[in-house]
Structures are given as C-alpha cells and as structure tokens.
Design a binder for this molecule. Structure first.
Ligand SMILES: NC(=O)c1ccc[n+]([C@@H]2O[C@H](COP(=O)([O-])OP(=O)(O)OC[C@H]3O[C@@H](n4cnc5c(N)ncnc54)[C@H](OP(=O)(O)O)[C@@H]3O)[C@@H](O)[C@H]2O)c1
Length: 284
C-alpha cells in the first residue's frame, strides 16, 4: 500500500488532504507532531516512515504577520522545503508542495502561466517563492489562490458571521483572483500526485473575480442579499493592510486542463458545499 505523509495536517487544506488520501496508508502530522522547520525531526520522521509520497501543507499563511517577521516566514515557508526535499529524496519518495499566486506581482493583463516571471511584492510571497526554489524538478508544485473551505478561518466564515450580525459587508473590488475550494484543491492534488506530475501547475476553481464579487456569491448562497455587499478600494481599508496584495493574480489553468487528471469543479457548487457545512457546524 502506498505510504503518504501529510504535514500541516490540521490546516484548512491539510484536513481535506487527509480525507482525500484516506484509502492509502496516511500519516498525518500537525505542527505539534512534526515542526517542519526542524531538519533533524523531518529527517527522522521521513527515514522512519519511508513514505512513497510527502504532501506538504504546512506553511505560515498569515500574510500580514509575515511582514513583521521575515525571518520566521523564511524558516517556515522556505527553509522547511529544503529539509523536506532532502528527506524525501533520501528515501526515493515523491514530494508535493503547495505555493501561491502571491509569487506574482499582479501587474499582468492576462492570467499567469506556470512559466511566467515571478516577482513577489510581500514577505509572504518572497518566502513562498524561496520555498519553490528548494524543490527538485521531479516534485509536484501546486500554485493556488484565495483558498476557502469548511475547515479553518477563511472569508466564507467571515461573511456568514457578518450576515448573522447584520453588519455591513464591505469588500475590495480592485483585487482580482480565483477563489479555490480546499476540498477541490485536495482532490486535484491527489490526481496530480497519483500521476507523479513534475513541476509547477496552477490549480483554482477557474473563475476570476474580485473579493467583492466573491462575497456577493457567498452572500447569495447563504440566503442573503448580494446587493447589500458594498464595493470598496484597497486604499479605503481601515486600518491599511501591512502586506501589499497583487491587484491581479488570476492563475491560468490551461496546463491543468490539458492533463488527464481531476480538476476543481464549479465554483458555485463549491461555495454552496462550504456554506452548508459551516452552517451545520454552527447549528450543532
Ligand atoms: N489560504 C490561502 O488562501 C492560500 C492561497 C494560496 C496558497 N496557499 C497555500 O496553501 C497551503 C495550505 O494553506 P492553508 O490555507 O491550509 O493554511 P492554514 O490553514 O494556515 O494551514 C497551514 C498549516 O501549517 C501549519 N504549520 C505552520 N507552521 C508549521 C511548522 N513550522 N511545522 C508544521 N506545520 C506548520 C499550521 O499549524 P498551526 O495552525 O499550528 O500554526 C497549519 O495547520 C500553504 O502552502 C499556503 O501557502 C494558501
């Protein structure tokens, strides 16, 4: 049976990955059980388990927090990938790593392809790019964007809370990207890993929109009135966010769709799934 090691296993993507790989022999480790910044621990665990596949879902994803601690961002998002690469290579396994649209500067006028020039504008983006550069060419490098899901904190939970409180919904209309459901992402990662896809591949639900547009769709799925969502500009955010965001970070899905593998499905169905799951959790 294929042995799989999943790191960062209690994150919003990590939890979905654990379910999607459940038919295999999975070892799922959260930060308390494997801190990926500790080289010796990474080597020990990988030597002991000898996984055929390692899926790294561990990261420091606090984009604004990273701005004030670049050294930690580098340790968690970049250096750890060196240890995982070294360990996986030693046991002859396959590494799959997740990266982000924030490796691009957002000045493009068309969706970003895998081989487009990177130019991150934030500490988080720079640390994630440095992580990408630690990978062997045989590794699967999945770049994704704007992840939302039933686990963890993300914009869907925020919108549901604001709707329930009758609070104003103001979201920026000048940042455009592709929302991606964590479950769809995990399913797609499973397909790419099964195929041992080598190199970068962009994975999103393939519908570009602004945060304002996305929140309108979430509000509608939650039975709210999309008209009550108000568009604002990034410059109007109070307080301003420490980390610059790419104004346009749409990832081109052509490569993924040319492969004989699973791809994320319809965005509205994904939103409905997540809203329903979050509502049932709240009610329990
Ligand atoms: N969220 C997005 O919108 C988005 C967009 C593009 C790409 N991505 C990428 O997708 C991947 C998964 O992100 P996510 O959304 O699932 O983020 P998440 O919910 O923040 O999960 C990240 C997980 O990594 C763990 N972690 C942090 N430091 C660690 C360490 N030193 N050792 C081991 N585990 C550690 C965290 O544990 P603790 O909670 O205990 O710290 C958390 O469980 C990341 O590579 C991220 O960069 C995310």
């Amino acid at each position: 049976m294929t042995r799989v090691l999943i790191t960062g296993a209690t994150g919003q993507v990590g939890r979905e990955l654990v379910e999607v790989f459940a038919d295999l022999e999975v070892t799922a480790l959260d930060r308390a059980h494997l801190d990926v910044t500790h080289r010796d621990d990474v080597l020990d665990v990988v030597r002991r388990l000898r996984p055929h596949v390692v899926v790294n879902a561990a990261a420091w994803t606090d984009v604004d927090g990273c701005e004030s601690d670049p050294e930690r961002a580098h340790r968690v998002n970049a250096e750890s990938v060196r240890w995982l690469t070294e360990a996986t290579r030693e046991v002859g396994g396959h590494l799959c790593h997740i990266s982000t649209d924030y490796v691009f500067d957002g000045t493009a006028r068309r969706p970003y392809r895998e081989d487009d020039a990177t130019n991150p504008r934030s500490v988080y983006g720079r640390s994630k790019l440095a992580g990408e550069l630690e990978l062997d060419p045989s590794a699967t490098l999945v770049r994704t964007s704007w992840v939302f899901g039933r686990y963890g904190s993300n914009v869907v939970g925020t919108v549901l809370r604001l709707l329930d409180a009758g609070a104003p919904l103001r979201f920026v209309d000048d940042q455009v990207g592709c929302p991606t459901e964590a479950y769809d992402l995990a399913l797609t990662i499973r397909g790419l890993v099964d195929a041992r896809h080598a190199g970068p591949v962009h994975v999103t639900n393939d519908e570009p929109m602004s945060w304002f547009g996305f929140v309108q769709r979430v509000a509608a799925a939650a039975g709210g009135d999309p008209e009550q969502v108000e568009p604002i500009q990034t410059a109007d955010l109070v307080p301003p966010r420490p980390a610059p965001r790419p104004p346009y970070s749409v990832l081109d899905g052509s490569l993924l769709h040319s492969l004989d593998t699973t791809a994320p499905g319809d965005l509205d169905r994904a939103i409905e799934r997540v809203v329903a799951a979050m509502r049932s959790t709240v009610k329990r």
